[in-house]
Ligand binder design. Structure first.
Ligand SMILES: O=C(O)CCC(=O)C(=O)O
Ligand SMILES: [Fe+2]
Length: 316
């Protein structure tokens, strides 16, 4: 009997112990579950913080491209739209030419110096010239003054390479049109910056550019790097860009971007639009990558130094 009681007592003890063990396990499991729920919540919190940080970073990048100086759909006419910018010290390191060296600096855009028909004729000229060769990468240039044309990864001289055949590609009228347009651009630059038009000279390089979304193959194709024209090209004092195609319908991307310290300011290309500016570091700029289509433009630049003057391009 006593043995049975003892066994029974032992039995009830065992069940007690068993219950305690189970309770202990349940408690441990519960706290483990609570712990893993806690870490999930922590992880989610950290993830959303990271997400917010990334979002803030991306929107801050985006806000750098917010100011559009001139959009594709606007028509800037009859007067140029002028934005004054303080001159950089660059000009102090160069000889000063009264009547030409920038006293006031800035940027301006006009849609009334070159007609859309003239831009179209110049674009056809660029298409014909660039169809002779072209770069392997996304950017090709044709310089009618020196004859330099992108070919594969380098350049050829069209006047030497194609000889007399070049007269089947370009006509005297094409060159006359280039001259007329160059003169008008020179006049509007002189008027806008209070210069003596006779003290301002065309300089090199002056070139047609064709940009598409093909990946760059050489450094020449990397048009999107920020640069200062006076540093890149040396002789430039005033840069002008004549656009030959329309942002948004002929191509996407490819906006011109002034990179100011307090943000970016863009000019959207439009056929016939002339954008011009002083070439020093007050006008650091780049071209946004072209994402679709083909963008045509001409860079026509001017110097104050007669030693760097060039004559208008001409058929040999
Ligand atoms: O085509 C453009 O809009 C700019 C080209 C440019 O920056 C240059 O030719 O120096
Ligand atoms: Fe430039």
């Amino acid at each position: 009997m006593a043995l049975v009681r003892q066994r029974a007592a032992q039995g009830s003890n065992a069940t007690e112990i068993e219950k305690k063990i189970k309770r202990g396990n349940a408690l441990r499991q519960g706290s483990a579950w609570r712990w893993s729920r806690g870490s999930v919540a922590l992880l989610l919190g950290a993830l959303s913080l990271c997400g917010a940080a990334v979002w803030l970073y991306v929107t801050s990048l985006d806000s750098e491209v917010t100011e559009t100086l001139v959009s594709r759909s606007e028509l800037v006419s009859p007067q140029p739209r002028v934005y004054a910018v303080e001159c950089s010290e660059d000009y102090e390191n160069y000889k000063r030419y009264p009547g030409c060296t920038p006293q006031k600096c800035g940027r301006a855009v006009t849609d009334s110096v070159v007609t859309r028909e003239e831009a179209q004729a110049l674009r056809r000229l660029a298409e014909r010239g660039l169809a002779l060769a072209g770069s392997d990468g996304g950017a090709s240039i044709l310089d009618l003054h020196s004859g330099a044309l992108s070919m594969g990864k380098q350049f050829v001289n069209i006047y030497r390479y194609f000889g007399d055949q070049i007269k089947d590609v370009f006509t005297q009228e094409d060159f006359q049109l280039y001259r007329d347009v160059r003169e008008r651009i020179q006049a509007v630059i002189a008027e806008t910056f209070d210069l003596d038009p006779a003290m301002v000279y065309l300089t090199k390089p002056t070139f047609f550019s064709r940009i598409n979304s093909t990946a760059a193959k050489t450094q020449h194709d990397e048009y999107w790097h920020p640069h200062i024209d006076k540093v890149t090209y040396g002789s430039f004092d005033y840069t002008s860009l004549l656009y030959l195609s329309d942002y948004g319908s002929d191509f996407t991307g490819g906006r011109f971007i002034f990179m100011d310290q307090n943000g970016n300011r863009t000019v959207e290309p439009r056929a016939g639009r002339v954008s011009f500016f002083t070439s020093g570091s007050e006008n650091l700029h780049r071209v946004e990558r072209v994402t679709w289509g083909t963008r045509y433009a001409i860079t026509v630049s001017f110097t104050c130094d007669p030693a760097h003057a060039i004559s208008d391009p001409a058929l040999p």
